[in-house]
Design a protein around this ligand. Structure first.
Ligand code: HEM
Length: 416
């Protein structure tokens, strides 16, 4: 029927955003844009930004992520933000907090914020967590039993444990962190509807309270953790330095959790769906570090990264004007045949290191060494302890909607 959504020609005319079905397979859509309209003008995302561009090629995505003429803070390009002031309360506090997150600011503020915590995420420092992550992974599998949800019972508690350990969140506060951080997810996933932001704002307020108490405790008696390092310089409760420290702690918890949970879940799911690749890894566990890169390339937990041109810049032959928004589609770049041979094929032997799953440039993922370690150890322990691991045939895994790509549930079964 002409004009119906099943007509391929009319589907091509639909805006990019409408062609992505929530929880559906985005890759055929990415591919058609990469081939036919790689610098695509989309629907205006917001009245403040009349132009909105999407980039699909690896070359363009890498360029925009790395070029300093693209900022991450929309306030750098909008002269007089006309957003109405929010009444005092959790929502206004959430907005104020998010504006202190390093991911949403440009230099020099970005340089300063990242510099305060950079050292704690170096590969050598992250490596110190390996025995702890391994021990936690084994304990979770011991408790999980024969049928379990790979997300709820394994990926999620493992990632919270890792980032909580690095920050110095004690055992008794981790349950709260797990509950509240899940409610923060809309902020990370770019879902800015009031219905999802209100619970996120309440969660942020609870987390701020919990981190406040922890900072005070660490100031009195420091330990060997990141909160203890941040505590001496965080000033008095309510000061800018204090609010900034709380915002950083909450951001690290959220950034380290939402993404890595999906990194582990996607990895387990892909291997179980590709038994030939799983067999290779069981036979040659030494391939695991490279396989982690390939799994991240193939199903990238963060699918898109927004940027704002600080001046007019040409990309792929198209002039992107200051004041526009640009979305670098990471998931499309990671399946670009110009960089990866036969990109739709999962191949754990592939050298996938040119993927952009961790972004690029000054905002490239600070936690990448920790994320790599967590995913590798999570897979290694799972494969070793559960040699007959399978997807539970009675329940279908479900992809979550949103700009992060991952599973809401991953029903697994093992007789071991
Ligand atoms: C598989 C897991 C992960 C993936 C796929 C991932 C992906 C990303 C991406 C794509 C960005 C850049 C976004 C942009 O440029 O707009 C980013 C930034 C960031 N990530 Fe990750 N991440 C992961 C795990 C982690 C972990 C474990 C942490 C630890 C706390 C972390 C902390 C951060 C931080 C702090 C930033 C902001 C860096 C900055 O603005 O300078 N991430 N991540």
């Amino acid at each position: 029927m002409p004009g119906s959504t099943s007509d391929p020609a009319s589907r091509r005319r639909e805006p990019f955003e409408r062609r992505l079905e929530p929880g559906g397979d985005p890759y055929p859509v990415y591919r058609s844009y990469r081939e036919q309209d790689p610098v695509h003008r989309g629907k205006a995302a917001h009245p403040l930004f009349p132009e909105h561009w999407y980039l699909f090629r690896h070359e363009d995505v890498s360029f925009v992520l790395k070029d300093p003429r693209f900022g991450r803070d929309w306030r750098s390009v909008v002269a007089s933000p006309s957003a109405p002031a929010l009444p005092d309360g959790p929502l206004a506090d959430l907005v104020a907090m998010v504006r202190r997150w390093m991911l949403f600011v440009d230099p020099p503020q970005h340089t300063r914020l990242r510099g305060r915590v950079n050292h704690a995420f170096r590969p050598r420092t992250s490596a110190r967590l390996e025995p702890y992550v391994r021990e936690q992974a084994s304990a979770l599998l011991r408790e999980a039993g024969g049928r379990f949800d790979g997300m709820r019972d394994y990926a999620l508690p493992l990632t919270v444990a890792a980032i909580a350990e690095l920050l110095g969140v004690p055992e008794e506060s981790r349950q709260l962190m797990r509950r509240t951080t899940s409610r923060l997810q809309p902020v990370f996933g770019g879902d800015s509807t009031a219905a999802s932001l209100t619970p996120a704002a309440e969660a942020a307020a609870e987390l701020a309270e919990a981190f406040g108490s922890l900072l005070e405790a660490r100031r009195r008696s420091p330990r060997d953790d990141l909160l203890s390092e941040l505590a001496p310089a965080c000033g008095e409760r309510g000061s800018e330095a204090w609010n900034e420290t709380i915002a950083t702690a909450i951001f690290l918890l959220g950034a380290g959790f939402v993404t890595t949970v999906h990194g582990i879940g996607n990895g387990v799911y892909l291997l179980l769906r590709h038994p030939d690749q799983l067999r290779i890894l069981r036979d040659e566990p030494g391939l695991l570090p490279g396989a982690v890169e390939e799994l991240l390339r193939f199903e990238s937990p963060v699918q898109r990264a927004p940027r704002f041109p600080l001046e007019d810049v040409e990309v792929g032959g198209v002039r992107l004007a200051r004041g526009a928004t640009v979305t670098a589609v990471i998931g499309a770049a990671n399946r670009d045949p110009a960089v990866f041979d036969d990109p739709e094929r999962l191949d754990v032997r592939r050298d996938a290191r040119r993927h952009v799953a961790f972004g690029g440039g000054i905002h490239s993922c600070l936690g990448a060494p920790l994320a790599r370690l967590e995913i590798r150890v999570a897979l290694e322990v799972l494969l070793r302890r559960l040699p007959d691991l399978a997807l539970d045939p009675g329940a279908e895994p479900a992809w979550s909607p949103g700009i992060t790509r991952g599973l809401d549930a991953l029903p697994l079964a093992s007789r071991t």
